[in-house]
Structure formats: structure tokens, C-alpha cells
Ligand binder design. Structure first.
Ligand SMILES: [Ca+2]
Length: 517
């Protein structure tokens, strides 16, 4: 609810905006700080603002009450790496064949010097930081984790970085701050490899007694902190993370970044913080203060921990008097998954919780739950609280933030990024006319109420949970999302003209001229 004070602030900001064209540039001091909070594998129905009841998310509830909640916001792809690629570059991931889920020793996926959200904002005078999960590759193909880990985010426009290099379930299990492994003892150098075991190092296959849970598929290589991972690792004992402390560690770094930038931000040099959490990705090892504190098991406990992280960021902004002029976007990188490699009890303890709400699908799935994301925009000085059905995508951040800040968008930057600023700020109910969704090697199209998925010869998505899997040989599918939000009835044969038109649009998007990358 709007207090009188916040209403007056909103009204005055709106009035100021209405006489300026284009919004908002009338001196740089008015440009907001931008904080993107990206959860991991958090589904459309996993939080209070989107209907969850067995896990309470008071901080996200507060963010939704003061912000604009989206019901038709998308990530580009139903898996981590490609979505993150699109979020930063403004390019649909399907255009880059290398944009697949990466191993922890992969070279950097985005070429050094390429335009990203960070580089565009940096050129516009922003200070830029990334804290948390990266999973976009580091180095040039032969990373030496004991020296400068480069190229990295510093070549993509980030002034500061504190990274989980890949994922919580992949080696190396260390943090990298500004290109150096944190806490590394040079006398205990790190070796990371993915192709073969490292002799003498414990692995999950031969050492089940060391594990807190058995792996359910894969995830049986290096054992670190009682969790067998993907990938092998040796050394770096003093640098290894403790999973229980991961949320605390990255949140403290994000708060420190905000505190450090606050004085200059108040003086008119705003910052951009990309804060990407591990929660609720596997391994789910929330801090003991969150374990058992929800009614839907360890996965929900991880969601509770994520909510705490969001609250800490909000408090840090409050403490610096930056809340009124900071645009926060909370969203997630792909749909929910229950068993993603460990027998951690997440399925058994769901207790009726519906991570995808009424949507069909999951992580890895081409159906809606794969890519339809929770998405809330908060900017108390400017954005009126509410709910919007406008279709937007994370691929639009580059063009939209550029429009917001008066940044110029270089030629070749963000080829698929559309300026959705009016929708993001709630000034317009109109979003995209269409948006591409991707899972593995297939792309689908949402246009208005229609969702079209082309026929495919191979199976898409490995899970049968929530009807996520699309069997090999499935014909063209067309769903009316207004009447059939759960994608139950394929009406492709009833509407051949719609199918034909959408197939043609998808092909036109696919054939769009390629950019240099
Ligand atoms: Ca993910």
C-alpha cells in the first residue's frame, strides 16, 4: 500500500518524468541504481507473491507490495548458462551454439570486449559489479586457478566481481574475487579437471560414506564438504567454500559492494549490481538457521534462504538511503526442478507445494514453467505498485536499461533486446508482441495468447514430473494460454493459419542477421 509520503514522492517523480523527453534524463543524479537479483532454479510458484503458502517469503512479499509484479515475464532458456548469456548480452542464446550448460573449466562464453548490460551501463557512467553465480566460463580454455583467472567479467564491463565460478554442484568449489581465488594457499595449488579422476582424491563412487546424500544421477565425482560434485578437484583446501555459508558469503559481498558505492551513488554516479544466488539450485545445503523452517522440505528451505538474501539487499539499500532511487529486478534463471542430481528428499517433502503453480513443465522443459519466471520490479521513487500481464524477457534488459539511463546502444549490441522500459516501469500495459522460448535445442514462440512449439524428432527435457517431458516425434503444438494456461490441449490442427504464421515468424527470427561474437 502507498503511504502518503511514498505517494507524494511517486506523484512528483511521475510529474517530473512527464515533462521530460525522453525519460528520465535531466542530469545524471536522477538515474537510478540498478540491482538485478537472479535466483537459480526458482519456479513461478515458489514464492509468496506467486501463491506459495508452505514457504513464507516475507521479503519478496514486501518487494511485491511496493513494486510491479509480472505474470508474463520470461528468461530465454530453461537452463542456467544460456539464460545468463542472454540476460547479459541481449542475444537469444539459440544463436550461439556454444551457449549450453558449461562445465566448470570452460572458457569464457562471451568474448572479451563484447557489449553487455554491464559495459553499456559502464559507458553511461555507472559503476558495475557482479556477485554470485557466474556459469559463463572463465579464462581462455586453460585456466590456471592459482594465478590471475582471466579473461573474466572485467572484460565484459564489470568493475568488480566476486564469483561462484560455475555452479554449486561443479568444481572448482572456490570463490574468485576480481580474478583471484579467495583464500588460496600457494603451497596447496588447485587442480581442476573434468575428463578423468585425480588419483588419490576421493570421489562419490568409491566413497559413499563421505556423502550427506547419494547422487541420483551424475554428481559422483569430487567430494567436497560431504557433497559429490560434477568435475574433479585437488588442492585449495583453505579456499574451498562451505555450502552452508554460501548465501551468507555472497550476500555479505553484495552488501559491501552497495555500502562502498553508496557515497558516490548519492552524488550522482549510480551503480549496477548483478547479484546471482546459488539458491535454490542443488546441492541444497542452506544454513542451519533455515533448515526445517518451511513446510515443504529442503528445497523450500533454500527458497527461504533466498528470501533472506533479498531482504538483506533491501536493508542495505535502506541503510544507505538509496531505496527511493534504486531499481530492483528480482527474477530467476529457469524453471523449477525437484530431483536435480541428489537424493536430498526434496520430492518426498514437497507436501503439496507446487513450484510451477499451474504452469506445465520444469527446468529443461519447453513448456511454460521452463521459462516463465517470477519477476518483480521495484523502484519506490518511480514505479507504482501493481500487477501487469505485459510480456517481457530478460533479454530486454540491455535495451531497456540503456533507455532508462540514456546510454547509447552500440551497433551489434543486444541484437534481440527490445526496449521494454514503459512496460517495466508500469507506464504501459504493452510488452513484447512475441517472445522466443528455448529448451535444449528447440525454440518455441509465444505471441499474445498463443504458444507454438514446432514438431521435433527428439525428446526434449528429461523429466516426467509436471508433464515436463516432450516425447520424441511430438507434432506441432499450439496452445491458447488464455483458456488453457496449463498447456493441456493441443489445438494446432484447429488453427492451421496460426501455426503457419507463427512458424514463419519463428523462422524469420531465426534467420535474423547474425552479429559478431
Ligand atoms: Ca538454473
Amino acid at each position: 500500500m502507498l503511504t502518503r509520503r511514498s505517494f507524494l514522492q511517486f506523484a512528483s517523480a511521475g510529474a517530473a518524468a512527464s515533462v521530460m523527453s525522453p525519460f528520465p534524463v535531466n542530469g545524471q543524479a536522477q538515474r537510478p541504481n540498478i540491482v538485478v537479483i537472479l535466483a537459480d532454479d526458482l519456479g513461478y510458484g515458489d514464492t509468496g507473491p506467486y501463491g506459495a503458502t508452505k514457504v513464507r517469503t516475507p521479503n519478496l512479499d514486501r518487494l511485491a507490495e511496493r513494486g510491479l509484479r509480472f505474470t508474463n515475464a520470461y528468461c530465454t532458456t530453461a537452463t542456467c548458462t544460456p539464460t545468463r548469456y542472454s540476460l547479459l548480452t541481449g542475444e537469444y542464446a539459440f544463436r550461439n551454439p556454444r551457449a549450453a550448460v558449461l562445465p566448470g573449466d570452460a572458457p569464457m562464453l562471451i568474448s572479451p570486449g563484447r557489449h553487455t548490460v554491464a559495459s553499456v551501463l559502464k559507458q553511461a557512467g555507472y559503476h558495475t559489479g557482479v556477485v554470485g553465480k557466474w556459469h559463463l566460463g572463465l579464462g581462455d580454455g586453460n585456466v590456471n586457478w592459482n594465478a590471475d583467472v582471466t579473461p573474466g567479467p572485467e572484460t565484459l564491463g564489470f568493475d568488480y566481481s566476486f564469483l561462484i565460478p560455475a555452479t554449486g554442484d561443479r568444481t572448482p568449489c572456490v570463490y574468485v574475487e576480481n580474478g583471484r581465488v579467495v583464500g588460496l594457499d600457494p603451497k596447496d595449488p588447485i587442480t581442476v579437471q573434468y575428463d578423468k579422476p585425480i588419483p588419490g582424491e576421493p570421489n562419490g563412487v568409491d566413497n559413499p560414506g563421505m556423502l550427506r546424500w547419494y547422487p541420483s544421477h551424475g554428481h559422483n565425482m569430487a567430494v567436497v564438504n560431504g557433497v559429490s560434485r560434477i568435475g574433479y578437484m585437488k588442492g585449495g583446501e583453505t579456499a574451498r567454500w562451505v555450502d552452508e555459508g554460501m548465501a551468507d558469503t555472497i550476500t555479505a559481498k553484495a552488501k559491501a559492494y552497495i555500502a562502498k558505492q553508496a557515497p558516490t551513488a548519492r552524488e550522482g554516479k549510480p551503480f549496477f549490481l548483478y547479484f546471482a544466488t546459488n539458491d535454490v539450485h542443488v546441492p541444497r545445503v542452506p544454513h542451519p538457521r533455515f533448515q526445517g523452517k518451511t513446510e515443504c522440505g529442503i528445497r523450500c528451505d533454500a527458497a527461504l534462504q533466498f528470501d533472506w538474501c533479498v531482504g538483506q539487499i533491501m536493508e542495505a539499500l535502506d541503510a544507505q538511503q538509496l531505496t527511493e532511487n534504486t531499481l530492483i529486478v528480482f527474477t530467476s534463471d529457469n524453471g523449477p526442478v525437484i530431483d536435480d542430481g541428489y537424493e536430498d528428499g526434496a520430492f518426498e517433502d514437497l507436501n503439496g507445494h507446487t513450484p510451477a503453480d499451474k504452469l506445465r513443465g520444469s527446468k529443461y522443459s519447453i513448456y511454460e514453467a521452463g521459462t516463465r519466471m517470477p519477476f518483480i520490479v521495484s523502484w519506490p521513487g518511480r514505479v507504482k505498485p501493481g500487477v501487469t500481464d505485459a510480456v517481457v524477457s530478460q533479454v530486454d534488459f540491455l535495451a531497456s536499461f540503456a533507455a532508462l539511463t540514456g546510454a547509447s546502444v552500440p551497433v551489434q549490441a543486444g541484437p534481440d533486446s527490445e526496449n521494454m522500459l514503459p512496460a517495466l516501469l508500469g507506464d504501459s500495459p504493452q510488452g513484447r508482441s512475441s517472445v522466443v522460448q528455448q529448451a535444449a535445442g528447440i525454440i518455441a514462440l509465444r505471441r499474445g495468447k498463443w504458444k507454438y512449439i514446432p514438431a521435433s524428432e527428439r525428446q526434449i527435457g528429461g523429466m516426467t514430473w509436471n508433464r515436463a517431458q516432450r516425447p520424441a516425434g511430438t507434432p506441432d503444438e499450439l496452445f491458447n494460454l488464455e483458456q488453457d494456461p496449463s498447456e493441456e490441449i493441443n489445438i494446432a490442427r484447429q488453427f492451421p493459419d496460426v501455426v503457419k504464421s507463427m512458424a514463419a515468424e519463428l523462422e524469420a527470427i531465426r534467420a535474423k542477421p547474425q552479429v559478431k561474437r
